[in-house]
Design a protein around this ligand. Structure first.
Ligand code: CA
Length: 225
């Protein structure tokens, strides 16, 4: 799951990003409305969190423009003003929900999960052969044995499972799991794929994670590239 957060207050943005990453979500941050508009229209997000008070294009205007462009991902608005007007304006602009600052992280998380449940295609399990991922309990099983993954390993495996049978480049993986600001020359993907292989494939005949030389990685059954 990849999210866009548009928030100009750096400490608030860092707080939300860190918390969501600990919950297995990948988060890109835009610091103003213009940057948010650019990022939202050039990447695919599962959910967007827009602060209303932003320099340049404000959150309400940004939300309107995104809906006009046909973006369907759920939008959660953050507002510092607990006024009926900003709530109504936010919802009329096409937002799905709003949250008044200051809020507890657990409240934000609950709203996000509710929005994702409401709008997702209600897939609760991803699988390939005897590899199973339960998206609700966030547990993974191979050969009926539970595999314990770190948040990044979980996100990586989820991305591979959602795209099973498709070659994913290192750049695609970095953008989806670590966010587009991450150094594309980093070996972070290879390192995490190695960890994931040790947990998912080691000691099992049927390997599921395959390297496609010069292209990236693919999750599929059968050997050979
Ligand atoms: Ca703000």
């Amino acid at each position: 799951m990849r999210m866009l957060l548009v928030e100009d207050e750096k400490n608030v943005a860092a707080f939300i990003k860190k918390g969501l990453e600990e919950e297995f979500y990948a988060v890109d941050v835009a610091e103003d409305g213009g940057e948010g508009l650019l990022m939202a229209t050039s990447n695919e997000y599962d959910l967007m969190i827009l602060d209303i008070m932003l320099p340049g294009i404000n959150g309400i205007e940004l939300c309107k423009r995104l809906r006009e462009k046909g973006l369907k991902a759920p939008i959660l608005m953050l507002t510092a003003i607990d006024s009926v007007n900003s709530k109504v304006e936010g919802l009329e602009s096409g937002a799905d929900d709003y949250l008044t600052k200051p809020f507890a992280f657990s409240e934000l998380l609950a709203r996000i999960k509710a929005l994702l449940r409401r709008t997702s295609d209600s897939v609760s399990e991803l699988s390939l052969e005897d590899l199973r991922m339960d998206l609700l309990s966030r547990r993974v099983f191979r050969e009926d044995k539970e595999v314990v993954l770190t948040p990044k390993e979980f996100s990586l495996l989820e991305y591979l499972l959602r795209n099973k049978g498709r070659v994913l480049s290192r750049t695609q993986i970095i953008e989806n799991i670590w966010g587009y600001t991450f150094d594309p020359n980093s070996n972070v993907v290879d390192v995490h794929v190695k960890f994931l292989r040790e947990k998912i494939d080691a000691g099992i005949d049927k390997k599921l994670i395959h390297t496609v030389r010069g292209a990236g990685y693919i999750l599929k059954t059968g050997n050979g590239n």
